[in-house]
Design a protein around this ligand. Structure first.
Ligand code: F0G
Length: 454
């Protein structure tokens, strides 16, 4: 058995509760069978997300003490700007309060009704912002992308043929940019290769279209490139990050993910693009030297970004995910392979093949796992999708239970606990039934929606 080793030591800890199963049943009923609506007091292992939950380093915490409280011209901002210039190689930086705020600004600036935006895959907030501005997204992933079991190293790649056809069909004037998402979140944290990025770049150049990179999980994508793409086997993470960023005009990110704090940003070297977006920052976010972030978070983000370039930091989460995925796979539990970034992704469609997709198998599985283990995952399936104008659900391509492994948070024995409980649940899966909505928000319904057992 190959086990991951923690390349850090624990110096500050937070006590966890492992409550009796009856308490958890009450908690999930109270929360409308939606794991977003749980109180962490009732949660044992919080694997909802890595967003804002990665462990902070000693150096990050220390940096928060030197924060410069200033509305305008804060030194903290300039330190963060320098870190971003250094790691991403972009000179012009717009700070925002989190990733979706960057999506708001980019979408409002560049998307008009009738536009189409090609991308490897959507993220929930990305799609919502693009559609609000009249755009339509097209996911032009390769045939391999949605296969649960695969050994393809780069399931996040864009299908170049589909990209060319899409541009021809809709006309270059209707394609404001091509979006690439690093470690493609909703298909299991799957990376793309630099080879693929270069091919996309070629097509983009032929048509004069810009490339926008969602870099929220760029560190892990770079790690996978180092592991899986021959040309980069001996490159540093820093060099790989620069190679990726140099291929795109605009980079945006959620620093809740990329460097374990809060906030986000938009980076570019193109003054014209920068000026088009700039004025929306004070309108929606705050002044240009804080963008809705606290200066303490800005300091920690700068340090965290530097740490992202360190192999011993960025390899941790993928190492634990790979261990969990391989062990679950050995037990016959349907899980996305190869292991990706962010978390282990269980295929609820197979796990609960007796629950129809209309009854939200991934949501049902998330609720059931919480009841039997106290481990909180996130539904990434049809609940996270949308209802169409005709009243029907837009069934998601995949019904996934995502079990996030925030960086350097959980230990190996906690990982083994999760695997053991999932195995018990798999052996007793006929106990699990479907769900239906009892309260359904119109936008991003998965956050606050309430459900009940069918
Ligand atoms: N892009 C990607 C690829 C993301 O994964 C996220 C957030 C965002 C944009 C939005 O950033 O939350 O800071 O506004 N992902 C979190 C998750 C929420 O749990 O996967 P945000």
């Amino acid at each position: 058995e190959q086990v991951p080793v923690e390349l850090h030591k624990v110096r500050i800890v937070q006590k966890l509760n492992l409550k009796p199963i009856d308490d958890r049943l009450k908690a999930i009923e109270k929360g409308g069978y939606n794991t977003f609506l749980l109180n962490t007091e009732d949660v044992f292992l919080d694997m909802l997300t890595d967003s804002g939950t990665n462990a902070m380093s000693d150096n990050q915490l220390a940096s928060m003490h030197q924060a410069d409280d200033a509305y305008a011209g804060s030194q903290s901002f300039y330190r963060m700007e320098k870190a971003l210039q250094d790691v991403f190689g972009k000179e012009l930086i717009l700070p925002v309060h989190q990733g979706r705020a960057a999506e708001n600004i980019i979408s409002q600036t560049f998307i008009r009704p009738g536009h189409v935006i090609p991308m490897n895959y959507h993220f929930t907030t990305t799609k919502a912002h693009m559609e609000i501005n009249g755009g339509k997204i097209y996911e032009i992933y390769t045939d391999e992308a949605l296969k649960i079991k695969s050994s393809h190293p780069f399931k996040g790649n864009i299908d170049i043929d589909k990209l060319k056809k899409l541009i021809t069909k809709y006309g270059v004037e209707n394609v404001p940019f091509i979006r690439l998402e690093a470690s493609t979140n909703l298909i299991g944290g799957q990376p793309f290769s630099i080879e693929n990025m270069r091919e996309v770049r070629k097509v983009a150049d032929e048509h004069g279209i810009m490339m926008v990179l969602d870099a929220s999980l760029i560190g892990e994508n770079a790690w996978f490139i180092k592991q899986r793409e021959k040309e980069f086997a001996n490159s540093s993470i820093r060099d790989i990050l620069r190679t990726m960023c140099d291929l795109c005009e605009i980079i945006y990110f959620s620093s809740r993910k990329v460097s374990s704090t809060r906030g986000g940003g938009i980076c570019t070297n193109d003054k014209k693009l920068f000026m088009k977006m700039r004025d929306l920052v004070p309108l929606y976010e705050g002044f240009l030297t804080y963008g809705g972030m606290s200066v303490r978070e800005i300091e920690a983000m700068a340090v965290g970004l530097m740490e992202t370039t360190d192999d011993t930091v960025i390899s941790q989460s993928p190492g634990f995910i790979e261990y969990a995925v391989n062990e679950l796979d050995k037990l016959g539990i349907p899980v996305i392979t190869p292991a990706g970034a962010l978390g282990a992704h269980v295929d609820a469609m197979q796990f609960l093949d007796h629950v129809p997709q209309k009854e939200y198998p991934a949501g049902a599985l998330a609720a059931a796992l919480f009841i039997v283990s106290g481990c909180r995952g996130m539904e990434r399936g049809t609940i996270s999708s949308v209802r169409l104008d005709n009243g029907e659900d837009l069934l998601a391509d995949m019904e996934l239970l995502r079990l996030a492994f925030p960086r350097r948070v959980f230990t190996l024995s906690q990982t083994k606990f999760l695997i053991d409980r999932l195995n018990w649940l798999y052996q007793n899966r006929e106990l699990i039934g479907g769900l239906e909505f009892v309260e359904e928000p119109k936008v991003l319904r998965f956050f606050m929606g309430r459900l009940a057992a069918t």
